[in-house]
Design a protein around this ligand. Structure first.
Ligand code: NI
Length: 82
């Protein structure tokens, strides 16, 4: 499963907050890809594993962080059911 985040790099403390939140959930976070969209904005794609309940709660926490301008949870599964 994945979450896409778009946020302003220059909002004080946000980058540190997102990194800390990801470290807290290191067992569920496989990888993060970060790109600098423009002068202010970053896009981050976070790849997660785990149960839907746990992963959704982590996604909500990241996307719900103050100054995250866009957050999109992308559920997927290796099985037949979603
Ligand atoms: Ni950036």
């Amino acid at each position: 499963m994945a979450i896409v985040l778009v946020y302003d790099h220059y909002k004080r403390g946000l980058t540190e907050h997102l990194t800390s939140a990801q470290h807290e959930h290191h067992e569920n976070i496989i990888s993060t890809m970060h790109a600098h969209l423009d002068y202010n904005n970053c896009i981050e794609i976070v790849l997660l594993r785990g149960t839907a309940k746990v992963v959704k709660s982590i996604a909500d926490k990241l996307a719900g962080s103050k100054h995250v301008n866009h957050g999109k949870f992308v559920p997927t599964t290796p099985g037949k059911k979603l």
